[in-house]
Design a protein around this ligand. Structure first.
Ligand SMILES: *Cc1c(COP(=O)(O)O)cnc(C)c1O
Length: 403
């Protein structure tokens, strides 16, 4: 690449071309807003795909990270980590779990969940129990293990025979789950609400039935809350709404509010047999990541935080439903929980994402022709009004095209 090439070409020349990137770059953010390198303001309803849940440049998080940056950037897991222990304790106090393993991403948190599940049965004298039941439309990550769990042909193609040990069944099909359980089954992995799959959920009754099946067969229930966890669906964890408690749960995306950190939460019973050497990570529980995650919890655990989130959610959903009613040739329905919102489109979802970007509202596509609205949880009423106005603007473009 020559030095006088346009900057847009230079920036893409050496990145492995695995992403279809939109032709816009951002320089900084403020709350729900992003400012592009050309100085234009965009309303950010991607939140970095459910990551920046407290918005951009949240003062409390900025301060926490700045303070940590002057003290210690990295410390290996050869030594004690008081701040990591504090983060783990807070996650356990606010969930079903007794133990936490820190990783650096969602896929790694899920890898830990899968390994814990196999190891649980190994330590009980059933090493043959290694198979895990998963659901169609799932997304669990891109490592070879989590990709096999995801099971989607479009992601698996080109990477050889998928890792063995996963049995995928249709979402919500209890008979299929029962039929899939055999002497080698170790657990069931499910997202409380599928994100990438198109903001799709099974019924609460289905989740209750899964819990009962797991108890009956002595297998583990694993919730992938990488996307739903840390407040995205209106409670700290999505399982709280289901009235069903898992044995193992993965977290990542919003846990560090934008700093990479993942976590695998486990009950004492499920963690039986995990001992020094059973699993590990160089960066897992890194002091910067732990400081970021503790600062996220400081904000989310403040009394009243979720009251405000739920108030804004209701407002946003009502207004979105109004737009769906007014533009039936463009939009079909609003779905989702909390601020994991899906707009099922009539027009091709990628076209709608593009039109919204033209209107300077950033959203994320998903499966099932859905556009995801993932505002930061600190979104304000005026941000919501602005977003709805921009959505109407984009819908007008399509309904004119259809006329
Ligand atoms: C994003 C996501 C993952 C993978 O997380 P990465 O950090 O990209 O590895 C796993 N599970 C779910 C439900 C996700 O949404």
């Amino acid at each position: 690449m020559t030095s006088n090439a346009p900057s847009s070409q230079i920036s893409q020349a050496h990145l492995l071309p695995v992403f279809a990137r939109a032709d816009v770059a951002f320089e900084r953010g403020e709350g729900s807003w992003l400012i592009s390198t050309t100085g234009e303001r965009y309303l950010d309803f991607t939140s970095g795909v459910a990551v920046n849940s407290l918005g951009h440049a949240h003062p409390h998080m900025v301060q926490a990270l700045q303070e940590q940056a002057t003290k210690l950037w990295h410390m290996s897991n050869l030594f004690k980590s008081p701040d990591g222990e504090r983060l783990a304790a807070r996650l356990c106090e606010n969930s079903f779990a007794d133990f936490v393993f820190f990783a650096n991403s969602g896929a790694e948190a899920m890898e830990c969940a899968l390994k814990v599940t196999r190891h649980y049965h190994f330590s009980k004298g059933n090493p043959e129990r290694t198979r895990i039941i998963t659901f169609e439309g799932a997304f669990h990550g891109r490592t070879l293990g989590t990709l096999a769990a995801t099971g989607a042909a479009k992601y698996l193609e080109g990477y050889g025979k998928p890792l063995d040990g996963f049995d995928q069944v249709p979402l919500g099909d209890l008979d299929a789950v029962k039929a899939a359980i055999g002497p080698e089954t170790a657990g069931i992995v499910i997202e409380p609400l599928q994100g990438e799959g198109g903001v799709r959920a099974a019924s609460n009754a289905f989740f209750k039935a899964l819990r009962e099946l797991c108890d009956k067969h002595g297998i583990l229930l694993i919730f992938d809350e990488v996307q739903t966890g840390m407040g995205r669906t209106g409670t700290l964890f999505a399982y709280e709404r289901l009235g069903v408690t898992p044995d193992v749960m993965s977290l990542a995306k919003a846990l560090g509010g934008g700093f990479p950190i993942g976590a695998c939460l486990v009950t004492a019973a499920a963690a039986e047999g995990m001992a020094p050497g059973s699993h590990g990570s160089t960066f897992g529980g890194n002091p910067l990541a732990v400081a970021a995650a503790n600062s996220v919890l400081d904000v989310m655990l403040k009394p009243g935080f979720f009251d405000q989130v739920n108030k804004m959610t209701l407002l946003l959903k009502q207004k979105l439903a109004g737009v769906v009613d007014r533009y039936p040739t463009v939009l079909q329905e609003v779905r989702g929980e909390g601020m994991l919102i899906g707009l099922k489109a009539v027009v091709p979802a990628p076209d709608l994402v593009g039109a919204l970007r033209d209107a300077k509202l950033l959203t994320v596509g998903a499966g099932d022709n859905v556009v995801r609205f993932l505002p930061p949880l600190i979104v304000t009423e005026s941000d919501i009004d602005e977003a709805v106005q921009r959505l109407e603007q984009a819908c007008t473009v399509f309904s004119k095209g259809a006329a």
